[in-house]
Design a protein around this ligand. Structure first.
Ligand code: ADP
Ligand code: PAZ
Ligand code: K
Length: 257
């Protein structure tokens, strides 16, 4: 069985894959100082709680936070007796090479999203990932990551308002009833929520214009469901896209490594 680990700047997600389906998905906050022992205590408690018979033999990691990889490697080695595949490292093969400027270190999450989305839908895709940052990953006709867009994340934007302006409170994102807010919280939610609706529309339209071909738009990441309610922003919402991409890359390495 495979343990797939997707570590973002905010949350780290663990999923157990039995070769056919995900048996469970567990989430913890990303914290570089968490030790291998702490990961295992948390992980084994939840696996037991859900009554899962986990026989993990392989581990694959994608991490946008380089510092956490050390402890995750120790976790894989100590408790599952395996050397994990780490996306972005030379020994981890990718089904398609990214086409970016020389020396660019593409976020591993974006390479994984591209591999997962291409496996499900073929080429010419835009993956919008609402994580800490909001990223647009453009997948070419052959499945390669060919570039994209990085915008500030939704919660990051709200937090920036709070941090920089003395009279603006901490606010959770929500879809406001109206555009015109009649209190501070509603005004802030409106600015960020409808601002992001506009941002997604504009960026997708411009990507399509630049690429000159029809592109399927797939949304994923913690806050994607909120924007799905808004209006016709995406063709698909796939919560498990990054996890699926990790299984695709794992399989590819098994067959070609
Ligand atoms: N179900 C949810 N409801 C509301 N906010 C969420 C939910 N899941 C994640 N978030 C928030 O969405 C943002 C992105 O989360 P996530 O996709 O886990 O980010 P990353 O992959 O960068 O770690 C974070 O600010 C997180 O707190
Ligand atoms: C853009 C990101 C910060 C997104 O990370 P996330 O929101 O998933 O935590 C990450 O993909 C990253 O660090 N990228 C490196 C630069 C690049 O992809 O071009
Ligand atoms: K992201």
């Amino acid at each position: 069985m495979l343990l797939a680990i997707d570590c973002g700047n905010t949350n780290t997600v663990f999923s157990i894959w039995d070769g056919t389906r995900f048996l469970c998905t567990l989430r913890t906050s990303t914290h570089h100082a968490r030790t291998a022992d702490a990961y295992f205590t948390w992980f084994s408690t939840l696996v037991k709680h859900y009554g899962i018979e986990a026989n993990i033999t392989d581990v694959i990691i994608s991490s946008t936070v380089p510092r956490v990889v050390f402890n995750l490697r120790v976790f894989a080695d100590r408790f599952f007796n395996c050397r994990p595949l780490v996306v972005g490292r030379p020994e981890c093969l990718l089904p398609q090479q990214p086409r970016v400027d020389q020396g660019t270190q593409v976020g591993p999450d974006r390479l994984v999203n591209a591999a997962g989305a291409y496996d499900r839908h073929g080429g010419n895709l835009i993956v919008v990932d609402f994580g800490t940052a909001t990223t647009f990953d453009v997948v070419g006709v052959d499945g390669a990551y060919v570039g994209g867009v990085i915008a500030p994340g939704v919660n990051l934007s709200l937090e920036a308002l709070h941090m920089a302006a003395a009279a603006l409170p901490h606010v959770d994102i929500a879809k406001p009833q109206r555009v015109v807010g009649t209190n501070t919280v509603a005004c802030m939610q409106s600015g960020v929520f409808w601002g992001y609706v506009g941002l997604v529309k504009e960026i997708c339209a411009r990507i399509k214009g630049e690429r000159d071909s029809a592109m399927l738009v797939i949304a994923t990441g913690g806050l994607a469901p909120l924007f799905q309610q808004a209006e016709d922003l995406f063709d698909r919402f796939e919560e498990d896209l990054t996890m699926h991409g990790l299984t695709v890359i794992y399989q590819y390495n098994k067959e070609n490594g």
